[in-house]
Design a protein around this ligand. Structure first.
Ligand SMILES: C[S@@+](CC[C@H](N)C(=O)[O-])C[C@H]1O[C@@H](n2cnc3c(N)ncnc32)[C@H](O)[C@@H]1O
Length: 488
């Protein structure tokens, strides 16, 4: 991660590269992708690039999903096929884990942290009818949606799901669970049946929510003798690493800009589907489009320079409708590319007109894109920046004669994306190593903490990336008797 080439790739945004190409990059970017995916390139790649890709492939975590027969969902209504896949596999996994918890019959409590619309909680309710379930989320609209969904889907459930709107930090999570367990035990904090087993779950616990859940879990392991409940297991899948607070960055990645954390969302192993070699491969249309978007936007910088038009600000537009981290929350980290100031709140836009997010159809050809940019930026470009030939030839359009820059930018973007799974690997390994150390530390400093001794943590590939589930690795904590990788 700290090699000069990797650092250069991760710190060079394509927009900057377009203005000042500072790296000599190969022109055969499709071959980069083929080689990464284990296929022979059509033309040889530079040795340095081959060595880099070989070491990425060697160092990144394997991502094949564990074998599992998932329980059917009560309903898939409202869910994308990707979400249904994730909810059915994760709820099955958690249900099986819950059944192995000692003394769990009718007593296990499950907390879904960052429950969102409650798809996972509803599935858990169906698979574990006698478990107590608490759904936590900071967003009132999400929580109200989850409650409506539940009333429609599970109107006759004898144990309704409990909901609380709370902004989760390690302390607020523990306080919410303390109160809830007290409520479910009828206010009897000296319950005769002994300590209540509680399982923490989180599906796409974004940004720093995942490390906060892990902190809460390890904290309660060391203090469970003072509580009427104990942590019995954990299954958490993170996402949106670019939303982490910088103090949660792994030390090995601390030198990287925030934009590098966005690359961790890339899944280049799914970009190429090979039918038969050597020629019969398909570049996934969505991957081709995303490369084109990055390259066109970067090339626009050079066009603006040539046209002496006002600079644009390529502000990454935040989708305020997305249920990730509401924009008003202080930890929200707006990503700003060239032409803007870095700001903590909403991005400050320095120029009156900005490109913003364009429809996919704007990227069907270079000329279409330029015309759309003219409208948005209220500028008129010189004729010579438009393509006169090959209009509509998306992959090989001449981009006003600068195919070298086009190909170099494509290679830059592809190489940056190949580093994404490695960035995620560093984040996941850092989280796991931290957990292992914490649990070991707790059991060695306090010999009474037998619960810490019994708990093991592992990374488990819960989802199948080919269904679109890029973030497919769960951090799992369970007792040694649970088979983490075989849940049949
Ligand atoms: C990516 S969504 C996932 C929702 C749901 N688990 C799912 O998979 O459909 C993340 C959810 O976590 C909530 N969230 C994020 N950070 C939070 C925090 N610190 N405290 C409470 N909720 C949080 C958001 O409001 C959002 O509903």
């Amino acid at each position: 991660m700290d090699s000069p080439l990797v650092s250069k790739l991760l710190t060079t945004h394509p927009n900057e590269y377009a203005a000042h190409p500072s790296l000599n990059l190969p022109q055969n970017w499709l071959d980069i992708l083929l080689f990464y995916n284990g296929y022979p390139p059509n033309a040889p790649l530079p040795q340095e690039i081959e060595a880099l890709i070989t070491s990425i492939r060697h160092e990144q975590l394997p991502r094949s999903p564990i074998m599992m027969e998932a329980y059917p969902l009560p309903s898939e209504q409202g869910m994308s096929p990707k979400k249904a896949h994730e909810v059915s596999r994760m709820s099955t996994y958690v249900a099986r884990l819950a059944k192995t918890v000692p003394g769990s019959a009718n007593r296990v409590h499950i907390v879904d942290i960052g429950a969102g619309q409650g798809y996972l909680t509803c599935a858990l309710r169906t698979h574990l009818p006698s478990a107590r379930i608490l759904a936590l989320d900071a967003d009132t609209a999400q929580t109200a949606g989850a409650q409506r969904w539940e009333e429609r889907l599970l109107p006759k459930t004898h144990l309704p799901i409990d909901h609380k709107v709370v902004f989760i930090s390690p302390d607020s999570l523990l306080a919410a669970v303390d109160d809830w367990v007290l409520e479910t035990s009828g206010g009897d904090c000296n319950a005769t049946e002994g300590s209540v087993p509680v399982i923490f779950v989180g599906l796409h616990a974004c940004g720093s929510l995942t490390p906060d859940i892990l902190r809460a879990f390890t904290k309660v392991v060391s203090t469970s003798s003072r509580r009427n409940w104990h942590p019995a297991g954990l299954v958490v899948v993170g996402c949106c690493y670019n939303l982490m607070v910088p103090t949660d960055y792994p030390p090995s990645l601390k030198h990287l800009p925030a934009s590098a954390y966005q690359l961790a969302a890339q899944v280049p192993s799914e970009w190429i589907k090979c039918k038969s070699l050597p020629e019969k491969y398909n570049l996934e249309p969505a991957a081709a489009l995303s490369i084109r978007k990055v390259v066109y936007r970067a090339l626009l910088e050079t066009v603006l320079d040539r046209s002496k038009a006002a600079p644009i600000s390529n502000v990454k537009v935040t989708d305020t409708k997305s249920a990730t981290v509401p924009a008003r929350w202080s930890r929200h980290n707006t990503t700003v590319h060239s032409g803007t100031k870095q700001a903590n709140g909403p991005a400050e836009v320095e120029t009156p007109h900005r490109l913003g997010r364009l429809r996919d159809s704007a990227y069907t050809s270079w000329n279409n894109f330029l015309r759309e940019a003219e409208k948005r930026l209220k500028v008129t470009f010189d004729d010579d920046v438009f393509d006169t030939e090959l209009e509509g030839d998306i992959e090989h359009g001449r981009i006003a004669s600068d195919t070298v820059l086009y190909n170099s930018l494509s290679s830059l973007h592809v190489l940056r994306c190949l580093l994404g799974p490695l960035i995620e690997t560093h984040i996941l390994r850092y989280r796991l190593d931290w957990l292992v150390l914490q649990l070991a530390g707790i059991s060695s400093t306090n010999s009474n903490q037998t619960s810490a001794l019994e708990l093991h943590s592992k990374l488990v590939n819960l989802f199948d990336q080919s269904t679109g589930s890029g973030r497919n690795v769960a951090i799992v904590i369970a007792s040694g008797s649970f088979d983490f990788f075989k849940t049949a």
